[in-house]
Design a protein around this ligand. Structure first.
Ligand SMILES: NC(=O)c1ccc[n+]([C@@H]2O[C@H](COP(=O)([O-])OP(=O)(O)OC[C@H]3O[C@@H](n4cnc5c(N)ncnc54)[C@H](O)[C@@H]3O)[C@@H](O)[C@H]2O)c1
Length: 264
């Protein structure tokens, strides 16, 4: 495949899924502006990847910092991946407002600020692609994840809205909803073998996902192969969000379609 040229911005690039998306983007030919509040991690990643990656400390919730970092790019980015995210688990009855705000600020407001700064440049350049990392939590509620779930569901609706507002400027906006991914913020969950086995057993494909699984879909949505795809959310989840009725038993007496009447 022909290598792309041009800039990509990946937020939350220093660790976990973001670092893997950055590696995929560099491999595809992008120069990547890797942004993260974790300056040490993003600097180390940039050092590893060489001239194709520039690591910068950017807090996606800081409008001025975001606008300045976007303006510092030599040209409009072709691809922006809003991957920076935080999780705050806890029942809503006890959740602190600070934890609620952290999830909403980083996951939702950060996605808005970075996308808007990018779109202003992409409009002048004739277009681009934005991929927002939501979560299956944005599709299906999960125990003690109210703030995260609400923020990630809002990312899906924000994705649709931005796609409508900026579509005629040539900007495509899509979301990826990762499922049970054995990377980044979920590593501590899967470190417990019992929990890992239980969770894995719920996935129709029978395995956990990887950061590479997520990155492959991000790269597809950012590429010309997805030229007519916008306002969509693709769950990269081994089928789990569609699995409410998976392995649901039914008596053989009613499960008889196609069986000859006299052989019943
Ligand atoms: N790992 C999973 O199972 C999973 C599943 C579904 C969705 N996700 C989503 O994938 C994305 C990446 O998560 P991960 O698992 O790699 O987690 P991670 O914690 O390893 O990485 C998140 C990165 O975002 C950075 N970050 C946090 N706040 C920031 C801010 N204000 N500005 C800039 N950077 C900031 C962190 O420093 C970190 O490097 C997140 O949006 C997360 O919600 C992860």
């Amino acid at each position: 495949m022909k290598a792309v040229t041009g800039w990509a911005v990946v937020t939350g690039a220093g660790n976990g899924i973001g670092a893997v998306i950055t590696r995929h983007a560099v491999k595809a030919g992008y120069r990547v502006a890797a942004w993260d509040v974790d300056e040490k991690a993003v600097t180390a990643l940039a050092a590893e990847l060489g001239a194709s990656c520039v690591g910068t400390a950017v807090d996606v919730t800081d409008e001025e910092a975001v606008n300045a970092a976007m303006a510092a790019l030599p040209e409009a980015p072709k691809l922006v991946v809003n991957n920076a995210g935080v999780v705050r688990f806890g029942p809503l009855l006890d959740l602190s407002v600070a934890d609620w705000r952290a999830a909403v600020e980083v996951n939702l407001t950060g996605t808005f600020l970075v996308s808007r700064a990018a779109a202003r440049r992409m409009i002048d350049a004739g277009g681009g692609a934005i991929v927002n990392i939501s979560s299956i939590n944005g599709i299906a509620a999960a125990p003690n994840a109210g703030a995260y779930t609400a923020s990630k569901a809002a990312v899906i609706k924000l994705t649709e809205h931005m796609a409508l507002e900026w579509g005629d400027a040539g900007i495509r906006v899509n979301a990826v909803a990762p499922g049970l991914i054995n990377a980044g913020m979920s590593e501590p969950i899967f470190a417990d073998p019992e929990v890992r086995a239980l969770r894995q057993g719920r996935v129709p494909m029978g395995r956990l996902g990887s950061a590479d699984d997520v990155a492959e879909t991000v790269m597809y949505l950012g590429s010309p192969k997805a030229a007519y795809v916008t306002a969509q959310t693709i769950a990269v989840d081994g089928g789990i969000t569609a699995s409410a009725l998976h392995k649901m038993p039914r008596p053989a007496s009613v499960d008889s379609v196609g069986v000859e009447a006299d052989s019943r």
